[in-house]
Design a protein around this ligand. Structure first.
Ligand SMILES: [Zn+2]
Length: 331
């Protein structure tokens, strides 16, 4: 304690006096190894199509995706989340469980070329259905129970290709249980499940839908994704996933849901907590930086740090490669 006249006060500034002191006293530190890099994979060869609303992000054929993975691995990232975009779509999304689609081939190729890397696959129907909804329709409603077997089939095809982790994102009730049972029945009890446990119907997914071509042709996803007003319900969704056999849990999006991340971390300490720094969060920082309104690197690192400080143990982010490089430069 210091004193000024009769007033006692504490000096905080000594611990902020230099970069070295600040670094040494940091309560939270970002590590590139905690990032998961999401990739959009397509069929064909030598294809690298830019996603206009997401600077630096591409839809890549499998060969290009492996080049990208190599780049990520060289800066310490070893987890990849694959989203597939098929050439043909239909009303139930049959291509989702085809062994020769881009996701299945990416997983197999990653396993052969980079055996220490982990492949995580997005399990959903929306990239594969002609109507862009996350499951099979009955009339204009997504049929929960009819969709479960489609998700299970898709997850199983990913496991058969060699996926380490399957990540159901459709927000159908019972999806984790259906997938766990299908995996176990087929002898894939070692494959982990990452539940998109608390996935909100968010305005921040816009650029992703551009990238994945998964905008619903009618309506929206509010009848299956969570309303942004819900925190208690998020805890119940997570608890249900854990009971159904999810090894890891997720809160998506991250930035507007830091309180949900903090609650989830406190309530479910035994399950690794992932947070998804979604496309809209990525693109708005890029857009502001391109206008000279904020500094790209500083804003991105601050955002990622806040997600970790809130309690996330793994961060799925399109900034992964850049951020891992920036952290290395700083160290
Ligand atoms: Zn979906």
């Amino acid at each position: 304690m210091a004193t000024e006249g009769s007033i006692e006060f504490r000096r905080f500034r000594p611990l902020r006096s230099s970069e070295a002191t600040r670094q040494q006293n940091a309560e939270t530190r970002l590590l590139g190894t905690e990032f998961v890099y999401p990739m959009f994979v397509i069929n064909g060869k030598n294809r690298r199509d830019a996603v206009p609303s997401m600077p630096g992000i591409y839809r890549m054929s499998v060969d290009e995706a492996m080049r990208e993975a190599e780049k990520a691995i060289s800066v310490g990232i070893d987890r990849f989340l694959f989203f597939g975009i098929p050439d043909e779509k239909d009303d139930v999304g049959k291509r989702a469980w085809s062994p020769d689609e881009a996701v299945q081939r990416s997983v197999a190729e990653l396993g052969t070329r980079f055996p220490d890397a982990q492949s995580i696959t997005d399990v959903c129907m929306c990239e594969y259905t002609s109507h862009g909804h996350c499951g099979q329709l009955t009339g204009r409603i997504v049929d929960n129970d009819a969709t479960l077997s489609l998700l299970a089939k898709t997850a199983l095809s990913h496991a058969e290709a060699g996926a380490d982790v399957v990540a159901p994102s459709a927000m159908m009730d019972g999806q984790v249980a259906a997938i766990r049972a299908a995996l176990d029945d087929a002898g894939h009890s070692g494959v982990n499940i990452l539940g998109y446990s608390a996935k909100y119907a968010s305005a921040f997914y816009g650029p992703f839908r551009d990238a994945a071509g998964s905008t619903p042709s009618f309506g929206d996803r509010r009848s299956y994704q969570m309303a942004p007003s819900q925190r208690g319900e998020a805890m119940e969704e997570i608890e249900a996933d854990v009971r159904e056999g999810a090894d890891y849990i997720m809160v998506k999006p991250a930035l507007s849901y830091l309180d949900v991340i903090a609650s989830a971390r406190a309530k479910f300490p035994a399950n690794q907590l992932y947070a998804y720094n979604v496309s809209g969060e990525y693109s708005m920082i890029h857009a502001a930086a391109a206008n000279g309104w904020i500094n790209l690197k500083d804003a991105a690192l601050e955002l990622l740090l806040s997600i970790k400080r809130a309690g996330a143990q793994k961060i799925i982010t399109y900034f992964a490669i850049d951020a891992a490089r920036w952290i290395k430069e700083k160290a």
